[in-house]
Design a protein around this ligand. Sequence first.
Ligand code: DP6
Length: 366
Amino acid sequence: MLVNVKKLNVQQFIAQQITTEMVKPYSFTAQAPSNIALVKYWGKYANQIPANPSISFTLTNCHTDTSITFEPKKQKKPQLEVYFEGKQKESFKPKILTFIARIIKYCTYLNHFDIHIDTKNSFPHSSGIASSASGMAAISHCIMQLEKSFYPEMPLSYFNQKSSFLARLGSGSASRSVAGEVVVWGKHEQVNASSDLYGVSIPFQLHKNFKNYQDTILLVDKGEKVVSSTVGHKLMNNHPYAKARFEQAHQNLGAMLDILKNGNLTEFIQLVESEALTLHAMMMTSVPYFILMKPKTLEIIQEIWRFRAKTGLHLCFTLDAGANVHLLYPNDEKELINHFIKEKLAQYCQNNQYICDELGTGTRTK
Ligand code: DP6
């Protein structure tokens, strides 16, 4: 099943040419958060079109801070420099160059500038937390600030939509880190404004049970992943269960929207954990198969289930494409659950390390 991206309305994202007076130095900053998917994106078509819609909670504390200077180019070809935590980082360049190559037709003004990127993450380096979502959202936000300085009348809705559109071309999940507490990316029949091209906020008030919802990330394994997300997505192409999975994701997203509206935490837990295990089941049934969970990931899951049976508290887990465990729980159960994390779950983490995060609102200018 191939999606023809030309049928999607990408024309709206092509910026007009700029005038020579506009080619001067500019400097912008952005802080973009990570996000955690409740219904997962796993599998994609050409041009970063998702095979199924996904929905995520935007986080706060796990974020990337990025400053970009755009200087009129000095040579025929624009140059790129990337600094990470104050040091030049050549290894980040290929991904950013691929990103620029993908977005250049929508941002032709970039052809006039040398780009200098300075970036840092709030979470520990190589903690196994994917920085591509927050990283790409931050870069896209800076690029849109540049575009807005050419066209100051640009409405905020367009700014956010195009930021998310650009971020998606850097990393799919980045499209969900731009604006809103809960974001849907990918066309879904229950969200009119939803699109395969960018993320949108849920079109209703999030139930109060989810206010300041907590996400504690247990750092189980900080090592290099055995299989990257890029390869993992590709393995969904000829996956024996792909069709059923993509249909299930549509259904699960519909069910999740109802839960977020009505605040049913028992149903929330069931759906979130099932999505996490389904994601990893897809990995275990790919050809070739692979496993990203570690023994400690499973031990933590068992501990959570025992704790929940004993206390009746609404603690559940979800997983990204890695061994780390995201613990999701309501803000008003925080005290008892934090005690359990500290006393019991921290021992499963590398150097007892975990990160406390919570629901946030998206990328902002710093
Ligand atoms: C398991 O967004 O990292 O976290 O588009 O290739 O950059 P690319 O993939 P990426 O995939 C994220 C996969 C996931 C699930 C999710 O966040 O929805």
